[in-house]
Design a protein around this ligand. Structure first.
Ligand code: GLN
Length: 227
């Protein structure tokens, strides 16, 4: 049983819970989701952590009550062999943890750099990351879990997702932008020439929201052994 921690500070948290559950079913794995609300929830029992999107400034503020962010940052430092997935505001926190903490990815990031909320968009992005295919034979799509409204998530498959050089439906919501010029991390996702996903060791930082697509590709990466 894998233990998946999701930072419950603010933002798109529940959707990540659904996506990682879907990924687990697709891979035939058992998981337990631990919602990280205060520092004591962040333990070495966790196998991986998700830092959702939302508002990074709000997250920093809210976190001061229960110190969950500093605990997560310590955990990341102490567990380099474990996986971390940061999306959107989560990517901002990984690039710029603040309080003098060394960045977890080296690529600089600018907040809200596509413009205001109404400039949010969807676009097909190119992905270069090796991820296990879903074991759809044992779990047909019709058996994917229902969400809280009893809806079955739409599985958007825009390309060949069996590993390298696939495409993915990128959902960018008041998204940040990586500094593509100064990027020294491994680039794993691009929107045209623009870097939108980077990997540093076992840490993946994405400026878009994979948890809103119904496609659990990046969540399968989080659960698989291979980096
Ligand atoms: N605009 C947010 C921030 O600056 C990020 C947006 C998101 O996570 N969708 O933190």
């Amino acid at each position: 049983m894998l233990s998946v921690g999701i930072a419950m500070i603010q933002g798109a948290r529940h959707e990540h819970g659904q996506a990682v559950q879907q990924a687990a079913e697709e891979l035939g794995l058992e998981i337990e989701i631990i919602y990280l609300r205060e520092q004591d929830d962040v333990s070495n029992e966790l196998d991986c952590i998700i830092l959702p999107g939302g508002e990074s400034t709000t997250m920093r503020l809210v976190s001061t009550n229960h110190n969950v962010l500093p605990a997560i940052f310590d955990w990341i430092k102490e567990n380099p062999e474990k996986k971390v997935l940061g999306t959107c505001a989560g990517a901002i926190l990984l690039s710029n943890p603040g309080d003098g903490i060394e960045p977890f990815i080296q690529t600089g990031i600018s907040r809200n750099a596509w413009g205001r909320q109404r400039m949010s968009f969807e676009a097909e992005i190119d992905v270069d990351l090796h991820v296990k295919e879903p074991d759809l034979e044992s779990k047909p799509l019709s058996q994917l879990p229902l969400d809280k409204d009893d809806h079955r998530p739409l599985v958007v498959r825009t390309g060949d997702h069996d590993g390298f050089e696939g495409s993915f439906n990128g959902v960018f919501i008041r998204a940040p932008r990586f500094d593509s010029e100064s990027c020294t991390d491994q680039v794993i996702a691009k929107l045209g020439e623009e870097v939108v996903g980077v990997k540093s060791g076992n840490i993946l930082a994405l400026t878009f929201h994979p948890e809103l697509t119904g496609d659990a590709f990046f969540h399968r990466w989080l659960l698989q052994n291979e980096s």
